[in-house]
Design a protein. Sequence first.
Length: 370
Amino acid sequence: MKRLNYIDGLKGWCAASVCLLHFQLMFVINGYIGWKCLPEATLNPFNYYFEWFPYSVFTNNSFPLYIFFALTSFIVSYTFLKNKNDDKLKQKIVMRYFRFLPLVLSGCFVAYLLLTFKLCPLEEFYNITGNTWGLARLEESYTFLDMLKIGFFTSFFEGTQLVSPFWCLHYIFLGSMLSFIMMLLYTKVDNKVLFFGSAFLMFYFVDQNYLAFIIGLIAGILANKEYSMSKAKGSLLVAVGCVMGLFPPVLLPSFINVVTLYALGAGFVIVGIHCCFSNNRLLCNKFAEFLGKESLALIVWQFLIMQSLNIFLYNSFHSAGMSNPMNIAINFGINAALSLFLTWVSSKTITPLTNYLCRQMSALLWRKSK
């Protein structure tokens, strides 16, 4: 099946947005009211959010990550319904772990070295800025065996602070497993609405982070029906999705979690783009598609560069008397350039290794099964 270039492009811009958010939370955290926020944000989240509005919309913007979640399952349902090959889907279930493993181990090993040799001067950074968001990685110490356990197991099933972006890896991994299994069951159930409705309701009460995967599956099923839609209607769907995804969380009633809005908004955005903007140049270009294909690598290397080299440079420039805006601007440029470079290196080293590993494991496992 032909690769969906616009999906790669959308994944790429979502990954870039996640990287930008991480940089903001590290260096310009104003208005943020989430995990490890500043003390003044915890005292009165509503006032603090609107004190920094509209900038606070962006420091609290995890919406691109949930579009990324939904795209993961969208690809599963869309490609499965095009091919309707149960065996291929079962192979993907088995191979998903090996698809992530080389990058996860590489990221964990580099993070372990940075922490072991004290190359992440986060405490000094905290003394300068008062920003507690980055200190979570220093709350635990890690041995080499801990690193291996995290790389082979914990990152996939629990998440970890050794490489902080891996908190969401276990959602991507387990969400993929959920998507594969649900599509295998999809062809065997008569009442599709009840099937997806029950799954949505169950995860609404169990863990709402999985809702985006269910919405992504539904979006992929709808996309297969090849609805004709005007650009005006497609634009409206994308706009509605973005409003839902960027809605101020402090205005939501207590019974609605912002993650639910992210999931529903992601569905609107993906369907709107698929129907009307699948040839858009912003999505279908080599740069965006490259970022999409190497999206997880981009997020991992950007974060590790930020919490090591960029923190060291920020502390040094601050001590030298550089103004804060100039300090942040220089570090942003360095972070962006090095992140792209290491992602390119990863695409030439880790990605081919991953592909080779998957081919070998697939041949081995399926030869034995026969």
